[in-house]
Design a protein around this ligand. Structure first.
Ligand SMILES: Nc1ncnc2c1ncn2[C@@H]1O[C@H](COP(=O)(O)OP(=O)(O)OP(=O)(O)O)[C@@H](O)[C@H]1O
Length: 955
């Protein structure tokens, strides 16, 4: 066993490597008789890929589904036979899709001819399909109750025909668990599983449907309970189903004819329905598995991104005691596979040596084409004759079919019947049998049931009932178009023949590898090798011939172009390209590789390598070379990529630069143009500056105006005394004057707004002082900066007494004065008090003289810088005293205030030379003023009072 599995792995690995390195689709054909180990080998190969191939999340799911498809399909498609406890009762070809990394990413299964007859009948020692037993054994109580089933298989007619419902080598309970888990992994929903199991259960109930005949000899259903279950499980109308099972509907010339069935016909209809339901459900199951295995990431539809490895596990050659239509098909299928093997290995290989001109000693082998032709040849082949009998009108029976066969192929060396056989062999053949000498041995087939099975007919009303089913699976399995389709469906044998021919095409399009399974003994025992049996298999499988061809032949051959293309990198002369003929290139290459003459041969179009080790060495060298090439390619690519990126960047930089330069240039040119235009307008404006405003000078004038105004804004006079003012251009002199006035007014206005009432009074007094004295009295300028103040004496100096006396008259001004008489005598220090109505001369606390302003006739003062002044008084009011001669250090201020209060502004006389004044009793005095070095007041010889006023430098 170990050895066999090692071979399986080696072949699986080899195919996988070829698939990856040459990217050519592969297939592994697993053949051998029933029970030889084909299914096991398939499973091992799948497991091997699952373990060794690269993994990813998505790949894991696909791997799981690929592996889990086996228990599901085995449960529904495998059964215990006499030759194998787990015999495949259908053919299976599975494609595994690998992506460019060699990871399995999808799969697809093709199924071939399920042995449906097993559903209703099993030979002694055989069982129905595993699923029935698994369901009864492993199904949960609840599930079985829903399906109306009992645990005991003996209760079901379809399970007891072979009398071995329970087998010690099969653990149905365990298998059930595995199968249920597999269904979930594949992606069956709970409701889908329920629908599927309902169908399985319905087949069991169908088997238990019994009939009895009524008085007219027509059949009636006697097991009403079963009908109820069937109606529920198949979701059909019970009464309709009951009628359909006991009646037959035919449409003749557009008219429906319903006729009752007899007992035998009713049982036949029931079994036909069971087979159809099960067979179609099986196909649905395979489709469902295919959907879950489908490779969904096909990026570019139409472009094949995956490579495919096909695994063919088909029912093996079978010889039973009783062989029927199914064995005929199975063995025909095996003949075809053997034929393919012969074609692709023994025949084509030898022919190839010959055509390539390689010296070759032909190896003889048995070509089974003759048997294939016997079965499938048009018109003359067994299938054609069977179809003809099925289709011909009249009473065609299995016997007439046998007679037709005898008639048509009687001389064929591989065909024999009771009638055609000689005396000796006739004994071993029944009258209803024919014998075919297959490549693997003689098989005797009973023709009983051949026509029925080939027709595979289901009565129309049963089909209609199923089409109306609300069970989603049944509904998909029975298509309504079948009812309207007038064309007669292909017979089972023809369908099988056609699907096999398609399979051969699929296999031929791929690179094949073979696993030939040998059955060690017929007793299903371990460690027992039946030499005769094994020798027989080695012989009929043509293994010896194959070995001979292999040994004498060459392990490997390739067209020169392909070989050169693959290995040219190993030789400097052929790498990277060889310009000459591929043949010469290969010659140079093998010389460089050091092939010895016995290791290879050069054919007409191909090179042949004798030993695998030579090829392996070359492959190893290529592997090493690939590494260095990959590094070189990487470096080249990186260089190319970087260079391309750099050039793109450079190009972009140049574009940006040129764009920016263009922008800058354009900006500069525009600026220059603007400057030239400005200068031009400026010059023109300057030339026309004295003209009235016109287009030539408007810019210039605007500019001049603007710059003058801006200059003015910056250099406006700071205050009313600031006389500065920017020189205006001639065109703006008038505006400038107006502005200047406005500005001044504004300054004055704001200045006025700022001054206080006291200051206003001060200024008013100063203005009056100026009106009176300015330019008239020498010491006036000295008084200008001195502030006029309300009083120059404190209360103490004026004495409270005087103040009390003046209580009802507010004191406006008080100043110390000196009184002189006409002789120039100076009296004691006095004060001059000015009230609202009088000027009062006070000595200490006594009022010496009160001069009401109404009596004040005028004020005299000299034009010199002295401080003397005379208050002229009306004589009548002041009889004794007359005018008052006073001296004050604040003469301008004192006189201004006196003049204001007495309203005598116009009565202030500024005299040159002398002043006349009256003294009491009509006497007069004269004061003469002269300039001198210092102030002096004295009586002159002429009796006048002389005042020497000091000369002032500032005058
Ligand atoms: N390599 C092996 N070593 C030991 N026993 C094996 C080996 N291969 C298969 N068997 C046993 O033989 C039985 C039959 O194998 P398998 O079902 O693979 O045969 P098969 O060729 O597929 O038959 P069939 O054509 O009837 O489907 C297996 O159940 C297993 O017990």
């Amino acid at each position: 066993m170990k050895f066999l599995l090692t071979c399986d792995y080696a072949i699986a690995d080899n195919s996988y490597r070829s698939l990856r390195t040459e990217r050519k689709d592969q297939c592994i054909l697993i053949s051998g008789e029933s029970g030889a180990g084909k299914t096991e080998a398939t499973k091992k190969i799948l497991q091997y890929y699952a373990v060794t191939c690269p993994a990813s999340q998505q790949v894991e799911t696909v791997k799981d589904r690929l592996l889990q498809s086996n228990p599901v399909l085995e449960a529904f498609g495998n059964a215990k036979t006499l030759r194998n406890d787990n015999s495949s009762r259908f053919g299976k070809y599975m494609d595994v899709q690998f992506d460019y990394r060699g990871a399995p990413v999808g799969g697809h299964i093709l199924n071939y001819l399920l042995e449906k007859s097993r559903v209703v009948h099993q030979n002694h020692g055989e069982r129905n399909f595993h699923i029935f037993y698994q369901l009864l054994e492993g199904g949960e109580e609840d599930l079985l109750r829903r399906l109306g089933l009992e645990k005991n298989p003996q209760q079901y007619h379809y399970l007891v025909k072979g009398h071995c419902a329970r087998v010690s080598s099969i653990n149905d309970k365990n298998e059930w668990k595995i199968m249920r888990r597999a269904l979930s992994i594949i992606g069956f929903s709970d409701s889908e599983v329920e629908d599927l199991l309902s169908i399985v259960a319905s087949v069991l109930h169908m088997g238990n449907v019994q009939f009895a005949v009524d008085e007219q000899g027509n059949s009636q259903v006697t097991t009403e309970n079963q009908i109820k279950y069937l109606a529920r499980l198949l979701a059909v109308e019970g009464s309709v189903l009951r009628d359909a099972l006991t009646h037959k509907k035919i449409i003749a010339k557009g008219e429906e004819l319903v006729s009752p069935l007899n007992l035998e016909q009713a049982a036949y209809a029931r079994d036909a329905l069971a087979k159809a339901v099960y067979g179609r459900t099986f196909s649905w199951l395979v489709n469902k598995v295919n959907k879950s295995l489908a490779y969904k990431d096909e990026k570019f539809p139409g472009w094949r991104s995956t490579t495919v490895l096909g695994l063919l596990d088909i029912y093996g050659f079978e010889v039973f005691q009783h062989n029927s239509f199914e064995q005929f098909c199975i063995n025909y299928c095996n003949e075809k596979l053997q034929q393919l093997f012969i074609e692709l290995t023994l025949k084509s290989e030898q022919e190839e040596y010959e055509s390539e001109g390689i010296a070759w000693e032909p190896v003889q082998y048995f070509n089974n084409k003759i048997i294939c032709d016997l079965v499938e040849e048009k018109f003359k082949g067994i299938i054609s004759i069977l179809d003809e009998e099925c289709l011909r009108p009249g009473d065609a029976t299995d016997t007439t079919f046998l007679e037709k066969l005898e008639e048509t192929v009687k001389n064929h060396p591989h065909f024999l019947t009771h009638k055609l056989a000689d005396q000796k062999t006739r004994k071993s053949l029944g009258r209803e049998e024919f014998r075919l000498s297959h490549y693997a041995g003689d098989v005797t087939y009973s023709v009983a049931g051949f026509l029925d099975k080939n027709n595979d007919l289901l009565f129309r009303n049963l089909k209609e009932t199923m089409c109306n089913s609300e069970n989603p699976i049944i509904n998909q399995c029975f298509d309504r178009t079948e009812l309207t389709d007038k064309k007669r469906p292909e017979t089972a044998a023809t369908q099988f023949k056609n699907s096999l021919s398609k399979l051969m095409e699929i296999l031929m399009s791929k690179e094949p590898s073979y696993i030939r399974c040998m059955k060690p003994n017929d007793a299903k025992q371990a460690d027992r090798f039946d030499e005769v049996l094994i020798r027989h298999q080695v012989k009929y499988l043509g293994l010896m011939e194959n070995l001979r061809v292999r040994r004498a032949g060459f392990a490997y051959r390739r067209k020169y172009e392909v070989f050169l293309q693959r290995y040219k990198s190993l030789c400097p002369e052929t790498w990277p390209t060889w310009d000459g003929r591929p043949h010469d290139g290969v010659a140079v290459l093998v010389k460089h590789l050091g092939y010895k003459p016995e290791e290879y041969k050069m054919g007409r179009t191909k090179i042949f390598i004798r030993f695998p080790k030579t090829l392996f060495a070359t492959e190893d060298a290529l592997e090493v070379r690939k590494q260095s090439l990959a590094t070189k390619m990487q470096a080249t690519w990186r260089g190319f990529y970087r260079r391309k990126k750099f050039l793109t960047m450079k190009h972009s930089a140049i574009i940006i630069q040129s764009w920016w330069r263009g922008t800058l240039g354009r900006r500069k040119a525009a600026k220059r143009k603007w400057a030239v235009e400005t200068i031009r307008r400026f010059i023109k404006g300057f030339i026309y500056r004295n003209h009235p405003r016109c287009p030539e000078n408007e810019y210039f004038l605007d500019y001049i105006r603007y710059s003058f105004l801006m200059n003015l804004k910056r250099n406006l006079p700071k205050n009313v005394l600031d006389k500065s003012w920017p020189t205006p251009p001639p065109s703006l002199s008038e505006a400038s004057q107006l502005l200047r006035r406005l500005c001044l007014q504004n300054m004055v206005w704001s200045y006025c707004k700022r001054i206080s009432p006291e200051w206003k009074q001060q200024l008013e007094q100063k203005v009056i002082a100026s009106e009176i004295f300015k330019g008239k009295k020498d010491n006036y300028p000295q008084s200008v900066p001195r502030l006029f103040i309300n009083t120059r004496l404190g209360k103490e100096e004026i004495h409270n007494k005087v103040l009390q006396a003046l209580e009802n008259e507010a004191l406006k001004y008080a100043v110390p004065v000196v009184k002189y008489d006409r002789r120039g005598y100076k009296a004691r220090p006095r004060q001059l008090l000015l009230t609202q109505s009088a000027a009062i001369v006070v000595e200490e606390s006594r009022i010496k003289q009160r001069i009401d302003y109404t009596n004040l006739t005028g004020i005299s003062v000299s034009s010199l810088s002295d401080n003397l002044f005379v208050l002229h008084v009306h004589c009548e009011d002041n009889k004794q005293k007359g005018d008052v001669v006073l001296q004050s250090d604040h003469v301008i201020e004192t006189l201004t205030k006196t003049a204001i209060l007495a309203d005598k502004i116009n009565n202030v006389n500024i005299n040159q030379g002398s002043i006349k004044f009256t003294v009491g009793q009509g006497k007069e005095g004269i004061i003469d003023f002269i300039s001198g070095s210092e102030l002096l007041i004295a009586k002159a010889k002429n009796g006048h009072l002389t005042v020497v006023a000091p000369r002032l430098n500032s005058r």
